[in-house]
Design a protein around this ligand. Structure first.
Ligand code: COA
Length: 381
């Protein structure tokens, strides 16, 4: 078969924008426990009478042991740590200002474009692939396309596959390149996860952080002799589950009593997610490897979705057939926590430069839906 370089998709660069504020587990737990103390004091009578359940404090030790998370970056620290608010306070911007989600995406995208030495006008398409869009329309991706100054003849749109959005976006971008619809596609993953996290929920208040990432997918002939990542194959899978869910949406105002209810934020059955997603993801990766003729020994590194260190240890172990070292399966959970779709891209961005030409690795994301995506890449140059 004739291989035409202008239809062969590669990853030419990635970008990362990290918000300036970090919250340690110690800080988060101190504010949560103060909230618990105030709540229990306020409801002391009702608790005593058995009408209200007393809240239980959180613990730094539990969080680190159960998840591997030690800190998280956030857009607004003060609101989250204020026991009277327990949520980020991000002022609404006027319509003629760049929206905050687009800003995170633009910052990450600029870094990717700079790394590739590409002018924004050379970008034909922008896909904003993230787990929460801050409005219904116009698409965040179109705002990013305009803010960057991308090809005005191009196109942009938003897509949401929760934590798996980045790999679903990469496959979509690669397909556009293969089909000749675009030669250069930016996939951006702005994630303000603190905006949909219930900081009053002991089971999950520690899980998420905020970040922006970007991946530039281009036709091979665009990268010339520059180092890049050949995309060996992509594979996606979904299987419906209510175990990770967020009911926030445009119909909420039609049942006003539901606005502000806990289910309008992130809710999960963490134990079930853990048990059900690990085998699903391991099977997807192993099937994908087999279809590409890859063996475990061919894999130099895994850049897995960053939700839970124990989950990653189990998945990496099943894929590699041995306990993975930090070098083989790096985690960024200690500093970034779970950043939804951006996690595997942060892991890749921060841990790919040392690989040599010919080294093969896997970018893999998974999460709500359930959904999972695998992208096998090989370094060139
Ligand atoms: N501080 C102290 N203890 C806590 C706590 C906290 N913040 N939260 C829960 N606990 C307690 C529970 O009450 C429970 O106590 P018990 O044994 O006395 O009943 C114990 O810790 C275990 O709770 P459990 O919820 O079963 O913990 P876990 O080991 O399953 O870890 C998660 C919780 C969420 C870290 C883990 O299930 C997970 O990561 N799951 C996958 C999540 C995921 O990937 N989601 C996708 C998001 S996109």
């Amino acid at each position: 078969m004739l291989v035409r370089a202008h239809y062969t998709p590669v990853i030419s660069a990635t970008g990362l924008y990290t918000p300036p504020h970090s919250i340690t587990n110690e800080e988060l737990v101190a504010s949560f426990n103060l909230y618990v103390e105030l709540y229990n004091a306020e409801h002391a009578g009702a608790i005593e009478a058995g009408e209200v359940l007393a809240l239980t404090p959180s613990s730094v030790e539990f969080i680190e042991k159960a998840s591997g998370i030690k800190a998280r970056f956030v857009v607004d620290k003060a609101g989250i740590l204020d026991p009277a608010i327990m949520a980020p306070r991000i002022p609404e911007r006027p319509n003629d200002e760049l929206s905050i989600l687009a800003e995170l995406a633009v910052r990450a995208a600029r870094q990717a474009l700079e790394q590739a030495g590409r002018d924004p006008a050379q970008v034909d398409a922008v896909i904003c692939a993230a787990s929460n869009m801050q409005r219904a329309y116009p698409a965040i991706a179109i705002e990013v396309q305009a803010a960057l100054g991308c090809n005005p003849e191009g196109f942009a749109f938003d897509m949401n596959v929760a934590c798996s959005s980045a790999t679903f976006g990469i496959q979509t971008a690669a397909d556009f390149v293969r089909a000749g619809h675009a030669s250069s596609v930016l996939v951006v993953n702005p994630e303000i996860c603190s905006g949909h996290l219930n900081f009053k929920d002991r089971d999950s208040h520690f899980i998420f952080g905020d970040v922006g990432t970007a991946v530039l997918i281009e036709a091979e002939d665009r990268v010339a002799n520059q180092p890049h990542w050949e995309i060996l194959g992509t594979k996606l899978k979904t299987q419906f589950s209510n175990n990770i869910r967020n009911n926030f949406g445009f119909l909420n105002h039609t049942a006003p009593e539901g606005i502000g209810a806990k289910d309008k934020l992130f809710v999960q059955e963490g134990r079930k997610v853990f048990k059900e997603v690990v085998p699903m993801v391991a099977a997807l990766i192993l099937e994908h490897m087999e279809s590409l003729g890859l063996e475990a020994t061919d894999l130099r590194r895994l850049w897995l979705h960053q939700a839970n260190a124990n989950m990653n240890r189990l998945i990496a172990g099943k894929v590699l057939s041995h306990e993975a070292s930090e070098d083989e399966s790096p985690t960024v959970l200690d500093t970034y926590a779970n950043t939804s779709s951006a996690g595997s891209i942060i892991a890749f961005h921060k841990n790919c430069d040392d690989l040599k030409s010919g080294d093969t690795g896997l970018i893999c994301s998974f999460g709500a839906g359930y959904s999972a995506g695998s992208v096998f890449v090989r370094k060139v140059g």
